[in-house]
Design a protein around this ligand. Structure first.
Ligand code: SF4
Length: 334
């Protein structure tokens, strides 16, 4: 049960009127004030009861940060001393927050620092939500959020409850259209995500159009093959009119040859009338200790983009805002 539900139940257990909950939630989400001591619309007695019952209020506590002109990476400690990271990325006129969903990750992608940590545990709903609540209470404007931090979000059952809190009008009230979920194509819950949150953006971590080669980079291909994942994404694109993003990290000599361009554009064309909703995001690779893969480099990336575009594929080179503090995609670690 998340802390807002616990708060509601606690207030009812001490016979407080139901509008009390709304007042407190209004203070947290409209005034960005979560310190019960400062909620003077409550009696002194109630303030002290709430403080006793809900301290610490956040399930994550900041233990470190790296700040650059591109944003901020925050290291959080959890109740069991595990650590996770979240990143604020500053664009020209908006801010985006990249959140974690697990401690470590079980999918073990060859190129990923988080994958090398192994899987420790799922984050609780509060631990997911409070990464954002931390920034909200600091007064930050939240324009978009993405789950591209540590972990595979769809493998964590608490993730769906957290999405509920993030999108609920009474709480964060973030439009589904402003939420981006990055997944390896976790089949058991991918359909649930699309059905429960039909306007959400999904980015598939693709990295190679050929199943056998993809499996070498991402062993999860064996369990959740592209041939089963893509029809679900195409269904999302057609039914909900949502773009599907294919994340493609370019590795030198591994997935950056002309045949990969042909394979990738063929894969997209195979999606029929939904093909125009597919969009490739090319991502620069930042080396990870213990991994021999190297980046293709900027020149190759520009060439790869132009070749895809010649095939009619919409392609963007993603700015690696996290570079200066190692918070780029697949680079979060403790
Ligand atoms: S890239 Fe994502 S899914 Fe793969 S190991 Fe890293 S965190 Fe997990």
């Amino acid at each position: 049960m998340n802390k807002f539900e616990r708060l509601r139940l606690f207030l009812s257990s001490i016979q407080e009127p139901s509008y009390r909950f709304d007042q407190i939630i209004g203070s947290i989400f409209l005034k960005k004030e979560a310190d019960f001591e400062s909620m003077f619309f409550l009696s002194k007695e109630l303030r002290s009861k709430l403080k006793q019952e809900f301290t610490p209020f956040l399930a994550v506590s900041r233990v470190g940060e790296k700040v650059s002109s591109q944003g901020e990476k925050v290291l959080f400690s959890l109740f069991d001393s595990e650590k996770i990271e979240s990143v604020k990325m500053i664009y020209r006129d908006w801010q985006s927050f990249c959140l974690s969903s697990q401690v470590g990750c079980l999918t073990n992608c060859l190129f990923c620092a988080t994958g090398k940590m192994g899987f420790k545990r799922n984050l609780t709903t509060d631990e997911i939500v409070d990464q954002l609540l931390y920034f909200h209470l600091k007064g930050e404007e939240i324009d978009t959020i993405s789950f591209m931090g540590m972990g595979e979000p769809l493998a964590n059952p608490n993730f769906f409850e957290a999405l509920g809190v993030l999108t609920a009008s009474q709480f964060f009230n973030i439009s589904q259209r402003k939420i981006n979920i990055s997944t390896v194509g976790f089949l058991p819950t991918l359909k649930q995500l699309i059905n429960d949150f039909p306007s959400i953006n999904v980015a598939l971590s693709l990295n190679n159009p050929f199943p056998q080669e993809r499996q070498r980079l991402m062993p999860i291909e064996k369990r959740f093959p592209l041939k089963k994942v893509l029809p679900i994404l195409t269904y999302h694109a057609r039914k909900n009119r949502r773009k599907i993003f294919l994340a493609y990290i370019l590795f030198s000599g591994v997935n950056d040859a002309p045949r990969h361009i042909q394979g990738l554009s063929g894969l997209i064309r195979d999606q029929g009338e939904a093909a125009y909703l597919y969009h490739v995001n090319l991502i620069d690779y930042h080396p990870v200790a213990g991994c021999s893969l190297t980046a293709s480099g900027r020149k190759k990336m520009t060439w790869f983009k132009s070749q895809l575009e010649k095939q009619g594929i919409k392609t963007t080179i993603r700015r690696s805002l996290g570079l200066s503090f190692q918070g780029a995609c697949g680079q979060l670690r403790t």
